[in-house]
Ligand binder design. Structure first.
Ligand SMILES: [Zn+2]
Length: 494
């Protein structure tokens, strides 16, 4: 009798202990400082040579992530037979020479025009056609067929050259589909002088390979000229046009995003996903510093963020939340947010099922009492991050350097553009100053140069924030008036 009472009491005590286990305890049980040292120590080791896209080091990092997913029972996405979502990429070496000739106007590659897309070759078109901004309504396929199209950059409203660049691919697609031989866009913008653009465009770059049909000799060019007369001639769109470029190279390849999920526990909320994401690439090997170190290890940027996602994998595999968790480690962030761009254009789940994208990425830190969140106040769940950080003795603040435009400089922005509330959780900094630049994209961003006691608290805060968001019955959203508020309404249809 006595014995069974004791047993019963023991059962009751242990049962109530389990049921009352707090999120904090779940996190402390599944995450240690040593876990983080192991992840960061491997990912940022010299052996991985800075995890550049298309390197053995990046492949080793991807295999490490994949085996972690495997170990913790992360599920593969529907329709995928591994954790790898292969991202189509191409490395583009610009032409070494080229010209455009129209009447007595002659423009030179690298000075007056640059190539956005195209092969080497020559096109002699009997006609060319001015099509305003080259938008949907501007192009009549009957008229465009067999001609070189000339358009103004942008859409006539947006003034930001980066946005113009973003529109270029769809204009090109439209022109190709209309049967045009090429597209020349005229660049006139005070925000970014043409000279900067040309020097940038003369470097080898990486872009997404959307598998567009290779139309023989199709040329997509941006041109600029201060020669008013030349501009007049080009805009008239009359007569013959002769285009020639040589020396350009396009090299296609694939690099993986590592993706998987853990099912939620709530019968209804489990149909929604909270994304935990980080980019796992860095910038590889570069110029040696004073110590002769040429490996850019990318500890802060972003082995630490990746270790945060791996910590979430382990934690959620044991203690899933009400909403399902979707883990994504992006490739090619450093090449222009390409892995995340690919993900949102080829999502393995419908994007309106994604309730939140909780991205983690770092340039550096200079204040170990803080966590800096780009977009802390921009979504309705900022309070959860504030409370989570407080729980581990840290203070969450919003972006102290809005002039750096950091919200738009990590993978979160590709989700934001689709309407998904998506901040970036970052290590604490109170100013984007020399203390950040000391390590940001430098060879000395080594795994022995960081404070692991702080990193533990930072990652604990990330996990707790995620748990609070994923268990909150209220669905996260943009705060009213936010730049992405309408995109969110459109996505979720509310
Ligand atoms: Zn970076």
């Amino acid at each position: 009798m006595k014995k069974s009472i004791v047993l019963f009491a023991l059962f009751f005590i242990s049962y109530s202990f389990v049921s009352a286990q707090s999120d904090r305890e779940m996190i402390e049980e599944t995450l240690s400082e040593n876990d983080l040292r192991a992840h960061i120590g491997f990912l940022a080791s010299d052996a991985l040579k800075g995890r550049d896209v298309r390197s053995d080091g990046l492949a080793a990092a991807a295999a490490y992530l994949s085996s972690n997913f495997q170990m913790y029972g992360v599920k593969k996405m529907p329709g995928m037979d591994s954790y790898y979502q292969q991202v189509g990429l191409k490395s583009v070496t610009p032409p070494s020479a080229g010209f455009i000739k129209v009447k007595d106007v002659s423009l030179k590659h690298g000075e007056d025009f640059i190539q956005l897309d195209g092969n080497n070759g020559s096109i002699l078109a009997k006609k060319f056609l001015f099509v305003n901004h080259g938008m949907e309504a501007d192009i009549n396929p009957k008229k465009a067929k067999g001609k070189i199209l000339v358009a103004l950059c942008g859409d006539g409203e947006e003034e930001n050259p980066q946005a113009w660049f973003g529109m270029a691919a769809s204009k090109r697609k439209r022109a190709k589909e209309a049967g045009a031989l090429g597209l020349i866009e005229i660049y006139q913008n005070a925000q970014l002088p043409w000279k900067f653009l040309t020097s940038f465009a003369m470097r080898t770059s990486m872009v997404l390979d959307e598998g567009e049909e290779d139309v023989a000799d199709f040329q997509h060019l941006w041109m600029s000229t201060t020669d008013e007369k030349a501009l007049e001639v080009i805009k008239k769109g009359k007569g013959k046009i002769d285009i020639s470029v040589k020396g350009s190279e396009i090299d296609r390849f694939k690099s993986p995003n590592v993706v998987g999920w853990i099912e939620g526990t709530d019968p209804e909320l489990k149909d929604e996903f909270v994304i935990y994401s980080a980019h796992y690439d860095h910038i590889g090997i570069g110029r040696a510093d004073e110590e002769g170190d040429s490996i850019y290890n990318g500890t802060r940027d972003n082995a630490i963020g990746v270790s945060g996602v791996l910590a979430a994998v382990k934690n959620l595999s044991k203690y899933p939340t009400k909403r399902s968790a979707l883990f994504i480690l992006f490739t090619a962030e450093e090449k222009g947010l390409l892995g995340s761009k690919w993900f949102v254009e080829h999502p393995p789940v419908d994007l309106d099922k994604v309730a939140y994208c909780f991205n983690i990425d770092n340039a550096g830190y200079n204040n170990t009492e803080l966590v800096t969140v780009f977009g802390l106040g921009r979504t309705t769940v900022g309070k959860h991050m504030i409370n989570a950080c407080k729980e581990f003795g840290l203070r969450a603040i919003d972006d102290p350097a809005p002039e750096q435009n950091l919200f738009d400089r990590s993978d979160n922005v590709n989700f934001a553009k689709k309407g998904i509330p998506a901040p970036t959780f970052s290590m604490g900094f109170d100013a984007f100053d020399d203390r950040i630049f000391k390590y940001y994209h430098q060879a000395n961003d080594n795994p022995d140069s960081v404070d692991y006691e702080y990193i533990l608290k930072y990652v604990q805060s990330f996990l707790l924030s995620g748990r609070l968001i994923a268990n909150d019955p209220a669905k996260p959203f943009w705060t009213e008036g936010d730049k992405y508020y309408d995109a969110g309404k459109a996505l979720y249809g509310n």
